[in-house]
Design a protein around this ligand. Structure first.
Ligand code: ARG
Length: 248
């Protein structure tokens, strides 16, 4: 016969597992790496997390009647945490990739935003990935931007915990270029237009999805229904206009 202690310990673990994802008052925890304007970033004055994804997730929560709470988590632990079901959801401009879909589930896509090259304003030699052969290129660790750098022959990838650090290094001449999602590249260029510029065309197609801990099928379909309704209302187009419309 199993001891009382055994049942208490098992019971405690079960409770912990159940409570694992829950925020205060049982709210669903939505992880976001709030260092990626215009999708998710911290407002310098109010210290609130704001952006396209935050507005979208709040609208979804309202539409689907979900109680949510954002948690600011760095990109690398965010992806690992989703694979471990540490959070219920994540919205973080996450490109839907087959290898990621093995680790966690995705909603239907909500936007297409591919990669673009950013260089110093006085750089006149780079307009496409072909011009970056052998270059030193910055990107945030574990992003599709970093994956694209790895496709460029003889290029050296320099990774950063945030894109902000990558763009800083570009301004300081430590890298030749940064490859990033174009709305984010444009956001950083707009903040530093004396030093940086985007060049050439968006050269990948990438669809963003909301991530879920695997097996949460009911929540996924609630969120997909809400997304479809918001799309039909034109709400997503409105968000594009609000947060980066002038960069299209
Ligand atoms: N879309 C790119 C990817 O999925 C970059 C996303 C980075 N997002 C962030 N919040 N840091 O790899």
């Amino acid at each position: 016969m199993k001891s009382k202690i055994y049942y208490i310990v098992v019971g405690l673990f079960a409770l912990l597992a159940l409570a694992g994802c829950q925020g205060s008052d049982g709210a669903l925890v939505v992880a976001t790496d709030a260092a990626f304007p215009p999708f998710e970033y911290v407002d310098e004055e109010t210290k609130d997390i704001i952006g396209f994804d935050i507005d979208l997730m709040n609208a979804i929560a309202e539409e689907a009647n979900l109680d949510i709470e954002f948690k600011n988590v760095a990109w690398d632990p965010l992806l690992a945490g989703m694979a471990d079901c540490q959070y219920d959801m994540a919205i973080s401009a996450i490109t839907i990739l087959p290898e990621r879909a093995e680790q966690f589930s995705f909603s239907d896509p909500y936007i297409n935003a591919g990669q673009i090259i950013t260089v110093a304003v006085d750089n006149d030699t780079v307009t496409s990935p072909d011009d970056l052969v052998g270059a030193i290129i910055g990107a945030q660790l574990g992003t599709t931007g970093a994956m694209e750098v790895e496709e460029i022959p003889d290029a050296t990838l320099k990774t950063y915990d945030t894109y902000e650090l990558a763009f800083l290094d570009l301004m300081n001449g430590q890298v030749d270029a940064v490859i990033a999602d174009y709305p984010t590249a444009v956001a950083f260029v707009n903040m530093n237009s004396d030093d940086l510029k985007v060049v050439g065309d968006v050269f990948t197609d990438e669809y963003y999805g909301i991530a879920f801990c695997k097996g949460n099928d009911e929540l996924i379909s609630q969120v997909n229904d809400a997304l479809a309704a918001l799309q039909a209302e034109g709400f997503i187009d409105e968000l594009v206009n609000t947060w980066y419309g002038d960069s299209n």
